[in-house]
Design a protein around this ligand. Structure first.
Ligand code: ZN
Ligand code: ZN
Length: 595
């Protein structure tokens, strides 16, 4: 019984998607009632809610959204059943004759495929389903239309620009209200807004989408994280490499990227003219780092070989996908490859996992992470995967055993594997509830052979190593974005670009301020504000910039050799000796506390 009740709640992902998808039909129906001339395109459910794209010659103002919502409420209350029927192609085309986008969709369906429709009241839509059985199952006060955007038909900028309306729905008004409150809070933290205001990064149209300019503050944080990761990796047996940012197409032909990933690469030269050299920017570091291994013959004693690189990568993502520091076309990642003997797989994999957990845990992101065991899909029609079913079975069985032995709680992601092997993806949910892979550990039993990467085993036989592809803290730009959002810009002191600001109350304190700065500046990042602004103004500025500690210096402090300490949260710690303040901040910084 308990199971059954869960089936129809939002805990059940399939049900949730069905519910939202039904809402998209209700929204389309409402719009069609209000604007009969509308030409509907597609209306899927998404990770959070749904959208519908349409060709509509009306400006979609907040008032219009309200009108649509009102009509939707009516439709819910009308409790219209959703009825499925199928038609042969000619009749389907006839039924949709005034809907050009639907006609295009029907014409694109493979010959012989069932063409199904769903009818609710006077409204019929081309759709494969599934849906709720009645519009009455959608709570009339549990949904909201959230926003509008422009979207090209089929995501192609050569096509017509359509209007997109996003909506969200819950099974009760309370849940909706809670969602809207959280969304408001999330907006305030949005790195794409806050990160620009705090001058961590900016973007420039004529430089290009997905190519952020990391400003001094952002660069400082990334530098700190990067040095930390490199140092810890080194202590964990990683050797640092530095390899080229691009290579001839021949390299990517061996790696498989030329066949599997060419659209995602920036290519320099004519890819089809084999008489001339053609280069491509690297989308990953693997084939470059393998050359280190290949530099001389390897013995079983050389393994595991752990190589790490702070690697800048280039991926030609769709411009519609670009978002702040999270979806970018150039990024820097702590990438690494381990060449190991098969008997070292479990041990090395678990060390990789421990390392990611340490990094993500220290910066504070691990609490919002889940694990996904990403597997291949033998039925993927696009020839995405290399290797034989036997090789895949073996790699996935090995990974499953490791994950189960380590007690990792994971979801399974079918068709999410890399083309050369299964992955453990650490998924991070950001403040908007959107999930992305932050860190990944991949087992690869295929690529070593392609590159002729052998080792001589203890029995004198030539054998193939396994390769683990992994990252530690993922992509630095994206991690910075997540940190800005999680801490609402107030980064923990150890990674804050400016840790201390010294504020003078009068000009008499300037000299003292300089002597205090001198004592602290070797260990901490600080500035002095000796401007003639009022103290109130200086404090406000430091708080807006989220600087962890303010040292406010006046006559009393000069006299007693103290510093008056305030925190960015507004806490007044009073006058402390410089030693006492140093002990306090050292404890926070050296222990990488989250304050
Ligand atoms: Zn549908
Ligand atoms: Zn790799």
């Amino acid at each position: 019984m308990a199971e059954e009740s869960k089936e129809y709640t939002f805990e059940n992902k399939e049900f949730r998607k069905t519910y939202w998808h039904t809402c998209s039909h209700i929204m389309a129906q409402a719009i069609k009632r209000l604007y009969p001339e509308v030409k509907l395109a597609i209306g899927p459910s998404i990770d959070e809610g749904w959208y519908y794209d349409m060709d509509l010659d009306v400006a979609i103002t907040p008032e219009v959204l309200e009108e649509i919502e009102k009509e939707m409420k009516k439709i819910c209350k009308e409790r219209l059943p959703l009825e499925r029927f199928v038609l042969p192609k000619n009749e389907a085309l006839e039924l949709m004759k005034d809907q050009p986008y639907k006609i295009e969709l029907i014409n694109d369906l493979p010959e012989g495929e069932e063409i199904s429709f769903y009818k609710q009241g006077e409204f019929t839509d081309l759709c494969a389903g599934p849906h709720l059985n009645s519009t009455g199952y959608v709570k009339h006060n549990g949904f909201k239309l959230l926003s509008t955007a422009g979207a090209y038909w089929r995501g192609n900028s050569d096509n017509a620009m359509l209007k997109r309306i996003y909506g969200i729905a819950f099974q009760s008004k309370e849940e909706l209200d809670e969602f809207l409150t959280q969304r408001e809070e999330a907006r305030k933290r949005d790195h794409n807004k806050l990160g620009r205001e705090l001058e961590y990064f900016t973007t420039v149209d004529y430089i290009g989408q997905g190519l952020p300019i990391i400003m001094p503050k952002g660069a400082r944080v990334i530098q700190l994280l990067q040095r930390w990761v490199e140092d810890v990796e080194q202590k964990n047996g990683y050797q640092l490499t530095k390899t080229p940012y691009f290579a001839k197409r021949e390299l990517y032909k061996i790696s498989g990227h030329w066949d599997h990933y060419r659209d995602g690469m920036f290519i320099m030269g004519d890819p089809d003219d084999e008489t001339k050299e053609c280069f491509a920017l690297r989308p990953m570091t693997c084939p470059f780092q393998y050359q280190v291994y290949l530099n001389r013959e390897r013995s079983y004693r050389d393994l595991p070989m752990r190589l790490g690189e702070t690697s800048t990568l280039f991926r030609n993502e769709d411009s519609g996908e670009m978002h702040g520091l999270i979806r970018v076309r150039q990024f820097t990642i702590s990438e690494g490859h381990l060449m190991i003997r098969p008997d070292q797989l479990e041990e090395e994999f678990s060390r990789c996992l421990d390392l990611c957990k340490y990094f993500l845990g220290t910066v504070g992101l691990l609490d919002n992470c889940t694990f996904r065991f990403s597997q291949w899909d033998p039925a993927n029609p696009n020839n995405k995967y290399e290797g034989t079913p036997e090789q895949w079975e073996m790699a996935q069985a090995a990974m499953k055993k490791i994950l189960d032995d380590l007690g990792v709680q994971y979801e399974i992601g079918i068709d999410e594997a890399a083309f050369y092997g299964p992955k453990l993806d650490i998924q991070y949910k950001n403040v908007f509830g959107k999930e992305d892979t932050i860190v990944t550990i991949q087992i690869d039993m295929l690529l070593a052979e392609k590159y002729g990467m052998y080792y001589i085993d203890s029995d004198g036989q030539k054998k193939l190593p396994y390769i683990i592809h992994r990252t530690s803290l993922g992509c630095y730009e994206r991690t910075l974005a997540y940190l800005i959002e999680m801490y609402a810009g107030a980064l923990p002191t150890w990674m804050a670009p400016e840790q201390i600001r010294i504020l003078t109350i009068t000009d008499r304190a300037v000299e003292y301020a300089e002597s205090v700065a001198k004592k602290l500046e070797n260990k901490y990042r600080l500035t002095i504000d000796t401007s003639s602004n009022t103290l109130k103004y200086k404090i406000r500025n430091a708080q807006l910039e989220k600087i962890p500690y303010m040292l406010i210096l006046g006559d009393k402090d000069i006299e007693n050799g103290t510093v008056s300490v305030r925190t960015r949260t507004g806490e007044d710690l009073g006058a402390l000796s410089l030693d006492a303040f140093e002990a306090l901040i050292a404890d926070v910084v050296d222990n990488k506390k989250r304050q």
